[in-house]
Design a protein. Structure first.
Length: 113
């Protein structure tokens, strides 16, 4: 079975076959999910506790990571609206009467009365 790794910087799970592994001179290995995490920790020497988008920051501040849940919900909503649009396009279009024709019909009815 494939091992599950966590990103050392942000705390996200790393999918098998993705990410970066950094090995220090002393033999410790650091696993990163994206190049963004790698650059922030190794090149820019940032601390995860002070970087707002990491799980370490959220636990330090006592914030639940509801923002990610909201963004996931938005993705699901956009997928649902995209499906609705496809369904709407597949339905046969009904003819719409232009405004001018509708006004003319109303005037004709008023003239008859």
């Amino acid at each position: 079975m494939v091992e599950q790794h966590l990103c050392v910087f942000c705390g996200e799970q790393i999918e098998p076959g993705t990410g970066k592994m950094y090995v220090r001179k002393d033999g410790t290995t650091l696993m990163f999910c994206t190049n963004k995490c790698y650059k922030n920790m190794i090149e820019l020497k940032r601390v995860a506790r002070n970087t707002t988008w990491t799980k370490a920051y959220a636990t330090k501040k006592g914030i639940s990571i509801a923002a990610k849940e909201k963004s996931d919900a938005k993705v699901e909503e956009t997928e649902a609206t995209a499906e609705a649009k496809v369904e709407k396009k597949s339905e046969p279009k009904t003819k719409t009467v232009s405004r001018k024709k509708a006004r003319a019909a109303k005037k004709a009815e008023a003239a008859k009365e």
